[in-house]
Write a protein that binds this ligand. Structure first.
Ligand code: HEC
Ligand SMILES: [Cu+2]
Length: 320
């Protein structure tokens, strides 16, 4: 997650701003310390009239207090402005940038790939898949409090503000896996709001998306698990293709949980709290309030272990 390990044009521009600021800061600090040491030099004080004294003081205030900061800040601004510009969603010479929506929730990430007319949106959570070598426009917002979207090795960051949409353009040079983290304190589980970013070649990205875009296959088996899911979970969680008649929605609040349609293929649970492996979902369902205290999913004490294990086993099969 290091900004110094840049892997895209925006991050590279920010890398140079970082170095420029470091160098300017070091030069300014060293000069100030040098002047400070200079004042310790013992010597005969020349006799000055109050007028001369005022004159000297004024020179320092104007030169060091006003001119120097103005010059250094303007220099940094001239250096940094193109960096900010590189992350704006300006028109491209050829075609349009890929568009991905990212919505912050306490404490997880909703990722949406809007469909063309008539197509479904592909929805997933806590894992962002994007194509390599081309600009991607991230349209970001928040559902509750202010979060911030930041993929250090690609560039950023940008606040995600409830009720407001903003767009940040990022590009990854090559395929790879990158870490990302909510960068604005958003409550008790802010640290457990990790985003797993996977950059794929264009072909692999198209295939990944197409798999999820195609109409869901009817689910077979796991009848009890699906019924229990309809009763206890479906009010908050969506699973593509899940039959409406099984959904019991008697919630008196509007908390929403991550879309679980492709949960079996995701790398982690709870926004990076647990690695996904066999049995991990059942474990998460029983211990999520200890693993991630205060998270918005209520505890499932009223559901017996066997049922939770059944549901977990079924969810693990959900892959596009
Ligand atoms: C009141 C709404 C609510 C109910 C009911 C609920 N959940 Fe959740 N669930 C959430 C929220 C919110 C999260 C995100 C927690 C976090 O990571 O901070 C979550 C997270 C999860 C995750 C992890 C998803 C991921 O992307 O890592 C799974 C799996 C899950 N829930 C399954 C279930 C199952 C199975 C049930 C029923 C037994 C259930 N949930 C009931 C709200 C709910
Ligand atoms: Cu956050």
């Amino acid at each position: 997650m290091s900004i110094l390990d840049h892997s895209g044009p925006a991050a590279r521009a920010q890398f140079w701003v970082w170095w420029a600021m470091l160098i300017v800061t070091v030069v300014v600090s060293l000069s100030v310390y040098a002047l400070w040491l200079y004042t310790f030099r013992r010597r005969e004080q020349p006799q000055r009239t109050p007028r001369e004294e005022r004159h000297i003081m004024l020179r320092w205030v104007l030169g060091g207090g006003i001119a120097l900061p103005v010059v250094s800040i303007v220099a940094l601004l001239v250096f940094a402005a193109p960096t900010g510009r590189s992350m704006l969603p300006l028109p491209l010479p050829e075609g349009e940038a890929e568009r991905i929506e990212v919505i912050g929730h306490q404490w997880w990430w909703e990722i949406r790939y809007p469909g063309e007319e008539g197509e479904r949106d592909v929805v997933t959570a806590n894992r962002l898949v994007m194509p390599a070598g081309e600009p991607v426009d991230f349209r970001i917002t928040s559902e509750d409090v202010i979060h911030a979207f930041w993929i250090p090795r690609l560039g950023g960051k940008r606040d995600m503000i409830p009720g407001r949409h903003s767009t940040i353009r990022l590009e990854a040079d090559v395929p790879g896996v990158f870490g990302a983290q909510c960068a604005e304190y958003c409550g008790a589980q802010h640290t457990h709001m990790l985003l797993h970013v996977e950059v794929l070649e264009r072909d692999a990205y198209d295939a990944w998306l197409a798999e999820r875009r195609s109409p869901p296959v009817p689910q077979e088996g796991f009848d009890q698990a699906r019924e229990a899911f309809g009763e206890h979970c479906a009010a908050c969680h969506t699973v593509a293709g899940f039959p409406d008649e099984l959904v019991v929605d008697d919630l008196e609040h509007d908390i929403r949980g991550p879309d679980l349609s492709d949960i079996g293929s995701r790398p982690t649970l709870g926004a990076g709290v647990l690695p996904m492996e066999e049995g991990a979902i059942a474990y998460w369902l029983q211990h999520h309030q200890t693993l991630k205290p205060g998270n918005r999913m209520p505890p499932h004490h009223h559901i017996d272990t066997e049922t939770l294990q059944d549901i977990g086993a079924w969810l693990e099969t959900l892959e596009p």
